[in-house]
Design a protein around this ligand. Sequence first.
Ligand code: FES
Ligand code: FES
Length: 167
Amino acid sequence: MTLKINGKEHSISVEPSMPLLWVLRDVLNMTGTKYGCGVAACGACTVHIDGVATRTCILPVSAAEGKEIKTIEAIGETELSAVQKAWIKHQVPQCGYCQSGMIMAVESLLSEIPNPTDEDINQKITNICRCGTYQRIRTAIKTAAEYRAAAATTKSEKSSTSKHKLS
Ligand code: FES
Ligand code: FES
């Protein structure tokens, strides 16, 4: 079967029931996505499938065929994302193990809800951090939302300036 991951097609020969996480890590050697609990409880294995944060440890690879899969390896590939910048500003990680899944969950949250409330964060970010970095994560999500809003404003100002120049 063929999987589209981070914009590239990968031909693989595996059992359709193999969890996507196993395919990413053991077949394709994309080890940024982590194995934590194996029962869809901790979120360490989160990737985006067609833009939706999805836990891959119990997802059969066949369910991801024909879809756009995005992993942590694609985040900040050309420049750091607002979430990554906020993570650095607030020095969020401790051991780091849960963080790729956290970042994927937060990227998805901010795409869906650009300015999340505490309640939104409580509902949408259910990933587990054994180091207890939850307060820093919450603060960094709010900073990332500000960074994204500022970048969107700058982009729209630039586009309106260039339109004025053209007219
Ligand atoms: S490893 Fe998938 S949710 Fe924990
Ligand atoms: S930073 Fe260690 S598990 Fe989250």
